[in-house]
Design a protein around this ligand. Structure first.
Ligand SMILES: Nc1ncnc2c1ncn2[C@@H]1O[C@H](COP(=O)(O)OP(=O)(O)OP(=O)(O)O)[C@@H](O)[C@H]1O
Ligand SMILES: [Mg+2]
Length: 323
């Protein structure tokens, strides 16, 4: 079982507009869709869609929390949900022909006693045995108000001490502090790694160097995603670049979640790096092709898989081994 922790879940509401969005105007909405969201939920949804066993751990509260609970159950995604006094947030996306405008609510304040409840539930899940045994943890997305930047470090320490690998998709202080707990893998995108390390990251040599810095600060491995330019993976003694030979046009929001989902599954299965990176690029490219953030069509992922280029890198140059 792969456990995806989502500390700030949401009800994602998408309004399709009949006309172009104009700030200050009122608009007719052509259709409305509603689903459970938040990065950790999206990671679990991708895994579930691709046939892997994944479960969400999240705090939920109020009427929106009930909507998240019902929506997860309706999709068949297993969940350990911890009750909150506050109201789960909503995100509202207004989509017209040309663009998507997103409004993100901050989320409810999580109190210290509610954090203690969450950690108790988390420890409980990590103690599960048999077919319920958690093989890997994903920590992904923003922290709600009330939870300090050391929260992901605490969650990482608890799992890694039990020998359960942790993949972290975070940035800034939350990622920096988390590195001290030696997560198995971190997955920032280019601007997140630049913000976290406080230095510009542009060329491939700089990307590999920033991956090495993340390892120096405690990460066991780093995958830095570079949008349509694919990704760079840095391990103890090796580095790879992987990219889709086909640049996909569509909705890139949530591509990172599909990448994290593939990295989680491949890691739990003990796949070699080139293999799991190939799957990661294929799934994330397929997520771009899908209009809804974090959704993907498995047959599109299969089709894109064959066109992924994976090459080993040394000091920012291809080392010659390409597949
Ligand atoms: N236009 C594209 N065509 C093909 N693949 C893409 C494209 N855009 C992104 N990808 C794939 O998706 C992966 C993740 O993209 P990106 O670096 O934008 O993640 P992200 O910024 O973390 O996304 P998010 O946080 O919105 O989920 C990339 O490593 C790449 O493999
Ligand atoms: Mg991301």
């Amino acid at each position: 079982m792969l456990l995806s922790v989502c500390l700030n879940p949401a009800v994602d509401i998408t309004y399709r507009l009949a006309t172009s969005l104009v700030a200050g105007d009122s608009h007719r909405v052509a259709s409305v869709s509603e689903r459970a969201g938040g990065k950790g939920v999206n990671v679990a949804r991708v895994l579930h869609r691709l046939g892997a066993r994944a479960e969400v751990l999240a705090p939920v509260g109020g009427a929106n929390g009930r909507t998240v609970r019902t929506a997860l159950a309706a999709t068949g995604i297993a969940a350990t949900l911890v009750d909150l006094r506050g109201e789960t947030r909503r995100t509202v996306t207004a989509v017209d022909d040309a663009s998507a405008t997103v409004l993100n609510e901050p989320g409810p304040v999580v109190s210290p006693d509610e954090l203690a409840d969450l950690i108790r539930a988390y420890r409980g899940r990590l103690d599960g045995t048999g077919s319920d045994r958690v093989e890997l943890v994903v920590l992904s997305g923003s922290l709600p108000p009330g939870l300090g930047p050391a929260t992901y470090r605490t969650f990482t320490e608890i799992a890694e001490k039990q020998g359960i690998p942790v993949i972290v998709d975070a940035e800034g202080p939350a990622l920096q502090l988390c590195l001290e707990a030696r997560p198995y893998l971190v997955k920032p995108n280019l601007s997140e790694v630049a913000r976290t390390l406080g230095e510009p990251v542009g060329t491939r040599t700089e990307i590999v160097a920033s991956g090495r810095r993340l390892l120096g600060l405690g990460a066991q491995n780093a995958v830095i995603s570079c949008g349509s330019d694919g990704l760079i993976a840095v391990t103890d003694d090796r580095a790879w670049r992987a990219v889709s030979s086909e640049v996909v046009s569509g909705n890139p929001t949530g591509a990172g979640d599909a990448l994290v989902a593939a990295l989680a599954l491949g890691t739990a299965r003990g796949e070699p790096w080139p293999q799991l990176l190939r799957t990661g690029v294929a799934w994330s490219a397929a997520a771009v092709a899908s209009p809804l953030a974090g959704e993907l069509d498995p047959s599109e992922a299969d089709r894109l898989h064959a066109g992924v280029i994976v090459e080993e890198w040394e000091d920012g140059h291809a080392a010659g081994s390409r597949s």
